[in-house]
Design a protein around this ligand. Structure first.
Ligand SMILES: [Zn+2]
Length: 112
């Protein structure tokens, strides 16, 4: 069962949430101040399992709406899967790009 770790952007406290399914992730709030302004931390091994299963069920032929990208874990996933399909392996470079996307840096650049 996946455990996700978050950092609250309001009070900077970190906490873990046990999520029964992916839909639950949209309801996560800071357990200290109830803020929804959270950064998901990349940490435990369960994350890799989750990403693996997400990649496996990911259909790159379908467009993704804004709602989809509000879940920061989905940012970069499309690119990663597409690279795999194309047989391109960027290795750690790709992880770096994906990590930028997840922390919002890619979006910052994109919005300029
Ligand atoms: Zn908080």
């Amino acid at each position: 069962m996946p455990i996700y770790e978050y950092r609250c952007n309001q009070c900077n406290k970190e906490f873990s949430e046990l999520l029964l399914n992916q839909k639950e992730s949209h309801k996560v709030r800071c357990r200290y101040c109830q803020s929804r302004d959270l950064t998901k931390l990349v940490s435990s091994f369960s994350l890799h399992q989750t990403e693996g299963s997400r990649l496996a069920s990911f259909d790159t032929s379908k467009p993704r709406g804004d709602e989809y990208y509000k879940d920061s874990r989905n940012i970069g996933l499309w690119a990663k899967k597409r690279m795999k399909e194309l047989g391109v392996d960027l290795g750690s470079k790709m992880d770096e790009i994906v990590e930028k996307g997840r922390t919002g840096k890619i979006l910052d650049e994109y919005n300029k």
